[in-house]
Design a protein around this ligand. Structure first.
Ligand code: ADP
Ligand code: MG
Length: 253
């Protein structure tokens, strides 16, 4: 699936020393486990996410995710609207760019995401979640011991959603597919569609959907949380945080 050209840069830069095996191939990208050069990456193993060539990618209707963003160059704007070949190319680049920038902002803000290491126009190298034998399972295929463990996981995910929101990021495709579980800890992945709630008018609806999906997983594991109220409270908290100066926060109650 992955084109050798997509790997070349990472070899040339001395970041990876070998491709060990595919972790997963999806509709838009493939992820491979690679042997890292520890001196350049600080890691033994890394994950390389390579996006499929543009004509093979299954683009969702992504205009909703770009809402509120102004593209300066008219040529680019028109191409995107008309979905020309050039427009699709731009769209592909925007997609990878968004994932990279979001990973960086979240990592810098202390959120539980893979550490972004390096990127090209169609691939992202990041820290790997798992060990030699096994990549971290997605939440959807993770076997919880009991309701108590399920509850702890739901709480962790809700806290990550809140942390992301306070960094002005809504995942917008959070589901048991895009959460990895390793040693009791959650890692949030797959962020090309993430939106900025300060700009995007659909952000609140995306947040509600993200919260609902994790609450649905909870319900199936005997953990019942009121998704609608949780999402509403998160949103209000975030809106108020923007109004109240940082020094006064916490004194409001
Ligand atoms: N950093 C990582 N460490 C371990 N596994 C990963 C990592 N990133 C992705 N994966 C695996 O690859 C799958 C696909 O990655 P994802 O970013 O969700 O792309 P997409 O769903 O668009 O194909 C994930 O569900 C996960 O199983
Ligand atoms: Mg995914």
């Amino acid at each position: 699936m992955t084109d050798v050209n997509q790997l070349e840069h990472f070899f040339d830069e001395g970041l990876i020393e070998g491709v060990l095996r595919p972790i997963k191939s999806g509709k838009e990208a493939s992820v491979h486990l690679c042997r890292a050069n520890p001196r350049t990456t600080g890691e033994q193993l890394v994950a390389l996410k390579t996006y499929h060539p543009l004509d093979r990618r299954d683009f969702r209707d992504e205009s909703m995710y770009r809402d509120g963003e102004w593209i300066k160059e008219r040529r680019v704007r028109v191409a995107l609207e008309k979905k020309t070949r050039f427009g699709r190319e731009v769209q592909g680049m925007i997609w990878v760019d968004r994932e990279w920038e979001t990973l960086r902002a979240l990592w810098a803000g202390g959120a539980r995401v893979p550490r972004p290491i390096e990127r090209t126009g169609d691939a992202i190298l990041m820290s790997y979640v798992g060990d030699d034998a096994l990549a971290a399972p997605q939440l959807r295929s993770y076997k919880v011991e009991d309701a108590q463990e399920a509850e702890a996981l739901v709480e962790q995910v809700l806290r990550e959603i809140e942390r992301m929101l306070f960094l002005d990021i809504v995942h917008a495709d959070l589901s048991p597919y895009n959460l990895l579980i390793w040693q009791g800890l959650v890692t949030v992945i797959d962020l090309p569609q993430a939106v900025d709630p300060r700009k995007n008018r659909h952000a609140r609806a995306f947040l509600e959907r993200d919260v609902e999906r994790i609450c649905e997983w909870g319900s199936a594991h005997e953990v019942h949380r009121p998704a609608g109220r949780l999402a509403a409270d998160l949103w209000t908290g975030w809106e108020l945080a923007d109004l109240v100066p940082e020094e006064l926060r916490g004194l409001q109650m």
